[in-house]
Design a protein around this ligand. Structure first.
Ligand code: AQP
Length: 345
């Protein structure tokens, strides 16, 4: 977890916001890096969780596939313990305040800031000219998602840290440019757990991603026990046995990734996991890892599938969440318009 800010206490009520894109099957990376940490935060914070379907549109989405993925992600979040009565779960497009605030932030953020975003470079690849402009300004919409609610804490995986720093810069510049100290809070990222950056099963130097063309690169929350076991069995490794301490991971990204996943799934640190499995051959370890992954994920998959039997109920939950989200953001957006000098009723 990143260290809490030592600056003056924020006048804003602690509020959690986080989002996830419905761009395919959720992966073990999404789960260990983000979703698993979301439910426990409900005890101490008011939480707003969002299926960010407008972010997904930054690359082409088949409409039927997008609708289905949105419901699947919502079902996964409920199966992972999000309480939709006490907290808010909705899909982004149900609250147009995000898109409106994102436009204002397009006018606050600087080209140089966005040009530095590594995720854009990775996703646009070598053909930047052909990337959508939405993909370029994605971090501004992400800042708007959070700041439309004046959320103070954002639980994410390591890969989103740079975008959150940009959201902080946008909040600070807005507050300074319009001389409205503390109008937007300075956001704290919450990067929690042992596996903050889960890597591909095929390449330990590449992030596990739901949009990776190879399904063998990731474990999906919808995978069956047999699929999980097969993917782990085929995961890339090296010829050595597992090291007995963390220093032994140098130059062995695949070994580090698999052990980190095992530690996270069994709720222990990498060091304690190594005291159990250090020195083992990959074949034996992979069997232990597959058993741990199946034991952990099977109840979630079963509950997700049960929830998906009633898609109309999922749609109702998302719509109700959207209404509650709008009720929170509407007065903040009104203040934003007034601050900017936009005439409104
Ligand atoms: N490999 C990962 N390890 C740890 N955390 C991860 N997250 C994503 N991948 C990993 C975290 O999951 C949350 C939701 O991510 P997202 O769907 O908004 O977008 P993303 O980060 O771009 O995730 P993907 O899976 O790679 O999606 P695609 O393929 O569509 O781009 C975030 O908190 C993220 O940090």
């Amino acid at each position: 977890m990143t260290a809490p800010s030592k600056t003056t206490p924020s006048p804003h009520k602690p509020r959690v916001f986080s989002g996830i894109q419905p761009t395919g099957n959720l992966t073990l990376g999404n789960y260990l890096g983000a979703i698993r940490n979301w439910a426990p935060l409900q005890k101490d914070y008011e939480c707003i969780y969002c299926v960010v379907d407008q972010h997904a549109l930054t690359v082409f989405q088949d409409p039927a596939g997008l609708r289905e993925a949105t419901r699947q992600v919502a079902a996964a979040l409920i199966a992972c313990g999000i309480d939709t009565d006490k907290h808010i779960l909705f899909n982004q497009s149900q609250n147009p305040d995000h898109a409106e605030l994102a436009w204002y932030f397009n006018c606050v953020a600087r080209m140089g800031w966005l040009n530095r975003m590594t995720q854009f470079k990775e996703k646009a690849g070598s053909n930047k000219e052909n990337a959508s402009t939405g993909l370029f300004v994605y971090p501004n919409l992400m800042a708007a998602d959070i700041l439309a609610y004046r959320a103070t804490h954002v639980p994410v995986g390591e890969d989103q840290k740079q975008h959150l720093e940009l959201a902080r810069d946008i909040a600070i510049k807005f507050n300074n440019d319009w001389s409205v100290a503390d109008f937007f809070p300075v956001i704290e990222p919450l990067i929690l757990g042992e596996a903050t950056r889960v890597m591909s099963l095929r390449d330990g130097t590449k992030k596990m991603s739901k949009s990776d063309p190879s399904d063998m690169s990731r474990i999906n929350l919808t995978d069956t026990a047999d699929e999980i076991a097969k993917k782990i069995k085929k995961a890339k490794t090296d010829p050595e046995n597992l090291p007995t301490d963390k220093k032994g991971f140098a130059g062995r990204p695949e070994a580090e990734n698999l052990v980190t996943i095992y530690a996270a799934l069994t709720h222990q640190t990498v060091e304690t996991a190594l005291s159990e499995i250090g020195g083992s051959q990959f074949g034996a370890f992979k069997q232990i890892l597959a058993d741990a992954a199946v034991a952990h994920l099977e109840p979630i998959t079963t509950e997700m599938n049960r929830l998906l039997e009633d898609r109309a109920e999922i749609d109702r939950i998302l719509a109700k969440g959207g209404e509650r989200a709008k009720a929170l953001s509407a007065p903040i957006l009104k203040e934003v318009r007034d601050t900017l000098g936009l005439v409104s009723a």
